[in-house]
Design a protein around this ligand. Sequence first.
Ligand SMILES: [Zn+2]
Length: 106
Amino acid sequence: MGDHCVVMDTAQGASAQTQPSCWCCGNAFDDTDLTRLGAHPEVGLCAGCARWLNRRARSTADQGRRSPAVVLRRGIGAARERVMTVGAHAWPLVGPLLTRLDRHLP
Ligand SMILES: [Zn+2]
């Protein structure tokens, strides 16, 4: 009888240890409520965190479209265009040099 109780306790302890929990918020869930990652089945996410990740993934994709690199590339392109339009002779340093060159050229 005593042995039976010990077995019961051990079983309960084991089930409490293997109670799956969300790897994102850390709350305990039933295994059926968790979404397992494909390459890491030991990692499970609850529905709430999966939704949060989905929202986050979408907003990250939105930000990716106007990432700093893209803005910078666009800015450099615009600056180069402006220089081409204004012309190098309008630059305070290059201008006099070009004028001097003109004077010395045949
Ligand atoms: Zn969660």
